[in-house]
Design a protein around this ligand. Structure first.
Ligand code: FES
Length: 585
């Protein structure tokens, strides 16, 4: 054989599957498999079981997370589905995060959960994975982690809670939590009544029953093609939810056989569908941050201006609180996402792939003709004529800001007012209810330093309470501006995600008491009414020192977290190369 003759390549080894995947490094592959099988046999498994495709099931059940209170039943049903389809189910835990049990804010931990999800999928042998998530940050964390891990994956939503009843009125978390707390602050209801309603707001396990972030991300996950059809809406305690779990398990086995990896599903068109849905459901503003982070994991940049253009021709169709009247269980009874997607069909990309191996269009075709209902409005009779969320820009937010216009007060959306400034969350707590606070109903409340680095973790503190003396006088809404987020269950004329945030020296840091600010949602404008020269001078006089930490997760967080427009992900977790933008309008 001459030196330039073609070398005969050995036949390539088939990729390892099942228990043979990702063997532990002992320097001897045969021994690694031998040892792995010996240990698992200690739990009573046979070789017949161990030769099947392995389906990981991420169990996020936790006593601290009542939104995932049905995790044991879901795990059992997924296992049944896996075994019926000829796979071997292997459930394992990851971090679980609940909104009300995570300090300083659940968002601070979302990226940690995504890393846990990604690395445990990578580290342990599995051919596909079913991820059980529900509470706000869990679904985005799992989608981010799975997108980076790259294997076939299905999102299984835990499902919404049931609604309760308080003195004849139907109530549910968390829009009604805020409404009743507002009444209590304004002294419209007494301590006895606020205690009574506390027992009724969360009537069962499951996620919040309105279109908060959890419901938003459930709908977004289905629109992305990441759940089995109908996976977004069944309430947590229903038979439908358990059936979805069984179906997800069975489908995961098929996905493993087909090699239907997550990159074939999370395409630019799939994100465009997800954003259409986000706008049409009156979805949580948090959905934008999470979608930017998930897209970043597959090398797609979320184009905020294109999203805003999309919003101008995407009406809000879903009549759910806080933008409308109904609750998630009503949406499910009205046919769930199939009803919504059927109505939105002319605006969707129907050729996107879903976890079923069929396209969104094929699944819609299979879902039948629909029926009369009053939760999803026809496109010519919307709840709100434009999309739920508008993207603002101006010298106060050069990198953008957003407002949930469908939950805002129409009279305040074109407004100029005097700034009443709070330097940070502590300052707000100290002064907001003071009788001495110099504030009028037509002022604009500005809260700094609650962005990704400022708080840190970008807490949902953007829903600044109405100052007590104004609340007592009957003021229900004011223009409020911050670099933080707000819960999807909240409502009001609230500008969020101001980018860059104050803590990294964004113009928000330079706003002073008494400055004039102009909001024009019509013109998509948020402006601080001072000259460029004055703004530049203030930046020189008031140099912002970015927050740091000496050690641990906080140090990693502060050194690597990105701004809201990039999804508040860690910079080293997004794809190494950006390959495009979404939506492509
Ligand atoms: Fe878990 Fe609302 S607190 S979904």
């Amino acid at each position: 054989m001459t030196s330039n003759s073609k070398k005969e390549l050995p036949p390539s080894e088939p990729a390892a599957t099942g228990l043979r995947k990702g063997l532990t490094s002992y320097g001897d592959q045969g021994f690694s498999l031998f040892l792995r099988k010996a240990f698992i046999k200690g739990a009573g498994y046979t070789d017949a079981a161990l030769n099947r495709p392995v389906i990981g099931i991420i169990d996020t059940g936790s006593a601290y997370n009542p939104c995932h209170g049905n995790a044991p039943q879901l795990v059992e049903a997924v296992k049944r589905g896996v075994m019926l389809a000829g796979g071997l189910p292997m459930d394992f835990p990851t971090i679980s995060i609940h909104e009300s049990f995570a300090a300083p804010t659940s968002m601070y931990l979302r990226n940690l959960m995504s890393m846990d999800t990604e690395e445990m999928i990578r580290a342990q042998p599995m051919d596909a994975v079913v991820m059980i998530g529900g509470c706000d940050k869990t679904v985005p964390a799992q989608l981010m982690g799975a997108a980076s891990a790259g294997i076939p994956a299905i999102q299984l939503i835990t499902g919404s809670m049931l609604t309760g009843s308080h003195r004849g009125e139907r109530v549910g978390a968390c829009t009604d939590c805020r409404r009743y707390w507002g009444k209590f602050r304004a002294e419209e209801i007494d301590a006895q009544e606020i205690d009574d309603v506390n027992n009724q707001l969360v009537a069962s396990i499951g996620t919040c029953s309105v279109m908060g972030t959890a419901s938003t991300m459930a709908c977004v996950a289905e629109a992305l093609g990441m759940t089995v059809p109908g996976g977004a809406t069944p309430p947590a305690v229903t038979a439908d939810r358990i059936r979805i779990a069984e179906e997800s398990g069975a489908r995961a086995v098929q996905m493993a056989h087909e090699g239907l990896t997550i990159d074939k599903i999370l395409t630019a068109d799939a994100f465009e569908n997800a954003m259409r849905v986000l706008l049409a459901i009156g979805g949580s503003t948090n959905g934008i941050v999470h979608l930017a982070a998930i897209a970043g994991r597959v090398g797609l940049e979320l184009d905020l201006q294109a999203l805003d253009r999309m919003g101008r021709d995407t009406p809000v169709l879903l009549d759910l609180k806080p933008s409308g009247q109904h609750y998630m269980e009503d949406f499910h009874n009205a046919g769930g996402m199939a009803t919504l997607l059927r109505t939105l069909k002319p605006l969707l990309k129907l050729n996107t792939m879903t976890v079923t191996g069929r396209t969104l269009g094929e699944e819609l075709e299979a879902s039948g003709p629909g029926f009369a209902q009053d939760v999803v409005r026809p496109i010519d009779r919307p709840i709100y004529p434009q999309g739920a969320i508008a993207v603002l820009a101006g010298n106060l937010a050069p990198g953008g800001a957003i407002i949930k216009q469908s939950a805002a007060n129409a009279e305040l959306m074109e407004h100029e007012g005097r700034a009443v400034v709070f330097e940070n969350a502590e300052d707000l707590v100290k002064r907001i209810d003071s009788d001495d606070l110099d504030v009028q109903a037509d002022d604009i409340l500005v809260l700094k330093n609650i962005g990704p680095k400022g708080a840190p973790g970008m807490p949902e503190a953007g829903y600044i309470p109405i100052p007590l003396k104004l609340a007592r006088a009957g003021v229900k809404d004011m223009v409020r501006i911050s670099d933080g987020r707000m819960s999807g269950t909240a409502f009001g004329t609230i500008i969020l995600h101001v980018t860059p945030e104050a803590a990294v020296g964004g113009p928000l840091a330079q706003v002073r008491n008494g400055d004039r600010i102009r909001l024009s949602v019509k013109n998509r404008e948020i402006s601080l009414l001072i000259s460029d020269a004055e703004l530049a001078q203030r930046s020189r006089d008031n140099v912002v020192v970015e927050p740091t930490a000496e050690r641990g997760y906080r140090k990693l967080f502060l050194q690597t977290v990105t701004q809201a427009d990039k999804g508040v992900d860690f910079d080293f977790l997004s794809a190494p190369r950006m390959v495009g933008k979404t939506p492509r309008l």
